[in-house]
Design a protein around this ligand. Structure first.
Ligand code: HEM
Length: 445
């Protein structure tokens, strides 16, 4: 049998668009771990239990594809990259790319990450205290990191235009997901999307063309991800085609910095509002580094700092909702029968706030990820997803976030700007504050 069914229609669809997380939370509260909604032949299931989630994402992975409408809305930027592809095309790309994102390879980028962080912090106001557009600063910094590690390049005016374009695209893609189909790109009202895509394409294609010219002129290898992508070969010795190379660069660029920027922004907010945890993390950083630059080898020696990052990712997962799949064949999950063609939703934001696995779920408690972490069931904590399609860049992201967080704590104490409104988490594919977050930075002695 299938789980109990609720028929839904326009009112529910309307409620879902503006407040997707609130809508699903209300459904979960009312109906429990499996919520099944149906509109004619369209079947929509949400799963909230860690065991069901692992059953889906890990065990039943073969019978799933990503939710097609969501992918359609992202594909105008990402093309057919590993984020978008399915079946054998995806498996081939994933096999090729995986070694380039392994912890050992990522470690080689730590110096570039720290350099980007130090240069950014050196350009910040030098007064004893200053109110900073913190979210904006984190977005610029993570963009600089991805430009250095992907292209051996720096954030210039083109990158600032790309940041704006990326924001525009995220908002448009998220809105489009709640419509059954998109108008063609040439439609007159799609001018903002066309302009944003043009800016991003110019940046990515310009970088690839410059590298090809560099290689043709006999230039030396560069220690970056583009160099890795250019040298990749599949099992038959085939390199990535020009369009594949463009698509992978675009996905690495887009997936690789907006999420990390969101993670650092929310971590900054957690530190500003939990001075004791921040002081403990800063003391750990001081004891380990004694004022010198952090390196990749220090990360394992900063366990409490790591816990604060994990806890911030729990409360504010940068990819909070769109772990959506479609079943390509009939399957049984959690003892329920799901027909082929069902829409399946997994919502890390809500799973991370489930009091069964995270007591006092709204509280910021880094100690959850100390020795007590063994009690968190597998599948309950999913900031990077799970199963074969788990985030390709998770080691990259955690290395980057930890190094930048250590640099920040070495220099500053973060506090909320007095009188400012606390940020409300807002979903636009990624989870961002409802208005750009500002924080007060107080220089440490
Ligand atoms: C996939 C989260 C950073 C590249 C994913 C998925 C999640 C995620 C949840 C799985 C989506 C699904 O299963 O449907 C995050 C978070 C990040 C982060 C929270 C930062 C805090 C990065 C970085 C990169 C990256 C830095 C690259 C440099 C990718 C790629 C995929 C992916 C390529 C698709 C993998 C596939 O489909 O095989 N990410 N990500 N991500 N992420 Fe990340």
């Amino acid at each position: 049998p299938g789980p109990p069914c609720r028929f839904f229609g326009l009112p529910e669809l309307r409620a879902m668009g503006p407040d997707y997380l609130g809508f699903l939370q209300a459904q979960q509260r009312q109906h429990g771990d499996v919520v099944y909604m149906r509109l004619a032949q369209y079947r929509d299931y949400s799963f909230f239990h860690p065991e069901q989630v692992r059953e889906l994402l890990v065990a039943a992975h073969e019978g799933l594809i990503r939710w097609e409408r969501g992918i359609e809305c992202m594909a105008s930027a990402h093309g057919h990259s590993v984020l978008i592809a399915e079946g054998e095309a995806w498996a081939r790309k994933r096999r090729m790319l995986q070694p380039g994102f392994a912890p050992k390879r990522v470690a080689a980028f730590a110096t570039l990450m720290v350099q980007a962080g130090e240069e950014a912090l050196a350009a910040w106001p030098q007064q004893a205290q200053a109110d900073m557009p913190f979210e904006h600063a984190m977005t610029q910094l993570t963009m600089d990191v991805i430009l250095r590690t992907l292209f051996s390049s720096h954030a210039g005016p083109q990158a600032r235009a790309a940041e704006q374009a990326l924001r525009t695209l995220s908002v448009i893609a998220y809105r489009e997901m709640f419509w059954p189909a998109s108008a063609p790109l040439w439609a007159p009202w799609k001018a903002p999307k066309r302009r944003a895509l043009k800016v991003l394409n110019q940046l990515i294609e310009g970088q690839i063309a410059a590298r090809r010219a560099h290689i043709a002129a006999g230039g030396a290898d560069k220690p970056d991800l583009l160099d890795m992508l250019l040298k990749l070969q599949d099992e038959n010795g085939q390199p990535l085609s020009d369009s594949e190379l463009r698509d992978e660069c675009m996905t690495t660029f887009l997936a690789g910095h907006e999420t990390s920027a969101g993670a650092l922004t929310w971590w900054g907010w957690c530190m500003a509002t939990h001075p004791e945890a921040a002081a403990q993390a800063a003391a750990e950083v001081d004891a380990q580094l004694g004022g010198r630059k952090p390196g990749v080898e220090d990360i394992a020696q900063l366990p409490f700092l790591g816990q604060t990052i994990k806890e911030a990712l729990r409360l504010y997962p940068p990819a909070p909702a769109l772990l959506t799949r479609k079943s390509t064949k009939a399957m049984d999950i959690a003892g329920w029968h799901l027909p082929a063609g069902s829409m399946l939703r997994i919502t890390p934001y809500l799973m991370h706030r489930d009091a069964r696995w995270f007591p006092a779920p709204e509280a910021f408690r880094p100690e959850r990820f100390g020795p007590a972490a063994a009690e968190i069931p597998r599948g309950a904590y999913l900031p990077f997803g799970a199963g074969p399609r788990v985030c390709l860049g998770q080691h990259f992201a955690l290395t980057e976030i930890t190094l930048i967080a250590a640099l920040l704590l070495q220099r500053y104490r973060l506090v909320p700007v007095p009188g400012s409104e606390p940020p409300r988490p807002t979903l636009n594919i990624t989870l961002r504050p409802h208005q750009p977050l500002r924080l007060r930075l107080i220089k440490r002695a």
